[in-house]
Design a binder for this molecule. Structure first.
Ligand SMILES: [Zn+2]
Ligand SMILES: [Zn+2]
Length: 356
């Protein structure tokens, strides 16, 4: 089969490689579409502690089941499925209590330390299938729409942690793909007012036009604090989601959160520069809750597909670029230049067959 193999940082080649063998407990999937994630770009450009080279990366996968392993239950040949990168062992205290995203004995993750989706076929590891990270795609969704479900599942995880609920005012910091998805998701969960903050004018305009937050704030620093307070009767937002890998945004988030408000650090910081200086007394006196978010759960991937299927999240709005497998390097360059919202690679298609 053909696969894009990342041999080392910033070096990838499309090669003929052996097809994966279907294991007992797993299944073989013909990959129809695989979206590029911010973490794929990180693995490719800087490396990631969880990733090893050479590696077929990619973990936002939609495809068709072509073979079923012995003892694999719940799937049939021809099923259309999404694969997400669950790494839970299934046996530790966290996995057993439905928190396999923070497993203390993690297995290799799809597209990090086991083969991912920028290839014509994938056989996901058995624990991924067992823990619910392979889910049936609802009939009304295309493969490319379905491939948006993994990012959405990560957003659902964050909004569960931040307890986004009916009537909330939610500030989302960062207009990247995840920030845009958080807008639609917060609305779907009943938020009364969703405010997007960011500095890239092009992205903020796109957000206004398509994703319809109630308000877009381009202000930074103290000006942003002032504007958010004006918009929230002087008390701050019920929830602030920091969807940008920014120390400054993390520090500011506390100043725009209401008493008893919830803050979620959705975006991680670079691993060698991850100290933020936050005003701890805000947490102390205002009883704010500061949480993180890492990856997603199997059930959240299923819920993500349902939300897209019901039209609560408009998956097609995010898809701005489409590439064939041979264009792997061009695709990643476009993502790195921030030209894309979401870009998708189609491992079986020729250039003229790409959907427009
Ligand atoms: Zn992803
Ligand atoms: Zn575990």
């Amino acid at each position: 089969m053909k696969a894009a193999v990342v041999e080392r940082i910033r070096e990838a080649k499309v090669l003929e490689v052996p097809e994966p063998v279907t294991e007992a407990g797993s299944l073989k999937i013909r990959v129809e579409a695989c979206a590029i994630c911010g973490s794929d770009l990180r693995i490719f450009t800087t490396g990631d502690p969880r990733a090893t080279f050479p590696r077929i990366i990619g973990h936002e996968i939609a495809g068709t089941v072509v073979e079923i392993g012995k003892e694999t239950k719940g799937f049939g040949v021809g099923d259309r499925v999404c694969v997400a990168p669950g790494h839970g062992c299934g046996d530790c205290k966290y996995c057993k209590n439905g928190m396999e995203n923070i497993c203390i004995n993690p297995k290799p993750s799809v597209g990090y330390a086991s083969s991912g989706g920028f290839a014509q076929f994938i056989v996901p590891p058995v624990n991924v299938v067992k823990n619910g990270f392979v889910n049936i795609i609802p009939e009304n969704l295309s493969f490319e729409e379905a491939s948006m479900s993994e990012l959405l599942a990560c957003c659902i995880n964050a909004q569960e942690r931040a307890m986004v609920r009916d009537g909330d005012t939610v500030v989302i910091m960062g207009p990247g793909p995840a920030g845009l998805m958080h807008i639609q998701l917060a609305k779907a969960r009943g938020a009364k007012k969703v405010i997007l903050s960011g500095r890239t004018p092009g992205r903020l305009n796109l957000a206004k036009e398509k994703f319809k937050p109630d308000l877009v704030l381009p202000e930074q620093g103290k000006e942003l604090v002032k504007r958010v307070l004006e918009e929230t009767d002087g008390i701050g937002a019920d929830v602030v989601i920091v969807a940008a890998p920014s120390h400054e945004a993390q520090e500011l988030a506390l100043h725009i959160t209401a008493p008893r408000g919830r803050i979620n650090f959705f975006g991680g910081l670079p691993k060698d520069n991850c100290i933020s200086h936050i005003e701890a007394n805000i947490i102390h006196y205002q009883e704010c809750i500061l949480t993180g978010a890492s990856s997603s759960l199997g059930r959240q991937n299923k819920e993500a597909l349902e939300l897209i299927s019901k039209g609560k999240i408009k998956a097609s709005y995010y898809i701005t670029h489409r590439f064939i497998l041979e264009e792997f390097n061009e695709a990643f360059a476009a993502v790195e230049r921030k030209e894309t919202v979401k870009a998708i690679i189609f491992p079986w298609k020729a250039k003229e067959e790409l959907p427009s």
